[in-house]
Design a protein around this ligand. Sequence first.
Ligand SMILES: [Fe+2]
Length: 571
Amino acid sequence: MNAPAKETLSQAASIPEIESGNLSAPRVQQHSNSKWWMLLPLGGLCCILIAWPTFSKIGANADKDVSHKVGFISGAAMQRKHEQEAPFDIHTPMSPPAGSKIRDVTVAASSVDDGPASGGDMRLDRRAAIFGGLSLAVSAGASAEKKPYDYGLWGVLPVGPYKAKKSGPLETLVPGQVWTIDQKFGILNVQVPVRMTIIKLKGGGLWILNPIAATRELLGMVRELEKEHGPVKHVVLGTLAIEHKTYAGVFAQKFPQATVWLQPGQYDFPVNLPPEWTGFPLGRTKYLPSTSAETPWSDDFDQATLGPFISRDGAYGETAFFHKPTKTLLVTDAVQQVSTEVPKIFLVDEASKKPLLYHSRDGILDKIDPNDMSQLERGWRRIQLFGLYFMPAALDIHSVPQSLKERRPDVNPDFGGIYPWDWVGDDKAAFKALRGDGKDALLVAPILQTLILNRNPVETLDWVDRVCQWNFARVVPAHLQNNIPAGPKAFRRAFTFLEEKGEPAGQPKPRLDDLKTLLDAEVSLTEMGAIAPNPGKVTKTNREAVLAKTTYRCRGGFCSQRSQARQSLRA
Ligand SMILES: [Fe+2]
């Protein structure tokens, strides 16, 4: 069994404790007792990686830092490989972290300063070392990139489609100005698009947000744009999420003339490391300033930073960019839109359809026609439900013995022919709730709604209001639907889950039965101290009260974003 499987099983052992939470919701189907199958979809989406450090802490106290230690070890390996591929500019010192100044802010009673030692346990236990070593060994052993879409460093973040990271067609959103390229990302066939956005600057040259795996195929697409529009000048990592950070340093090494900009609040495990130690170029890596006025791209963009929101074991943060010439809003994970249409990255060739074929089945005996788009769309719908909920209520999960006994590699050979669930509920209704009404409907991922943004509702709404001052007409997130025709009203509606008045009719809203896994996790993680208590929903008049109940942490030179108390007239 390879390294990722070990990690999956390690996390799986903690699931019964997640289930011990006392929040409950009606289920379509009573699940069986064996729950480790829950981890099959659990690794599938960006959402889980946003909270990867937190989830890895669920359960008993032993060996929960494995993923972080692997990340730490892997980061060093990533740096070593690309030291060989591109020279470093070591003459310009790195800018001080933009967020570091907020360490001087007086910390109130509700704050927790983790101090310099809290970046992690310095001890690399034997299991972590073995796990990390195996991961690196697998990666190194397969580092030859014989095909244009091969990515030799896939072991740094060993998720599907592993080494073969094909890139979607270069999509032109605005001719001559805005392009995107997708790859797939996930575990065990719960794969979703992960997106890089390319903007042509007014003064010439390219500005790139959230780079993806730097395969020869991908680099070829970027080089073609460079020929016509000028060199890559800026590489921006606008998030703290690991599924984006993993590829950004490697990509940046391929463009030695570019300046690299990082979301403030970056963290590593078991200890915080300088970005240069985790793959980012020496001498040309900086933290994003809080305003575009402090950047070289102020003529092209406005920007607003959300977070960091620092939890005990991780952090969330991202920066929204408003491309003024094209009225385009670029975000990473803050909002998404589910789609019935299968993303193009799943259709670039027959092999790319595999996740759709796997998840389209109602049960293990179903055979799916790879040329039947309606069946592929069913698979895509279910992948989105898996990725957003981890355990959608429409599933009936089988026990481990039953799943092993019933396996049918002759029907579908993936994972030894194991298909450990049946779709017995109304997954169409579950999907419809997430889709909402209107082409501009935007969804905040359920994990952000239940575990992360609701811990800092005032700060989040302040950021949303700032973003909504821009007159954007298009939203480009880093996952799921691309090029969404949405403006400030739709963006503002997406965050009404943070308000006492709740979501208006037609707004995408997760169903309670589908949320059970996340709501149970919220209870357990809060009790464990891994996430802060929920300070409550926001009303027109309770801003100060919510802020007083909000918890703020500091770690590694950064402190959680903190809004000022003032009388709110929020509608
Ligand atoms: Fe993401």
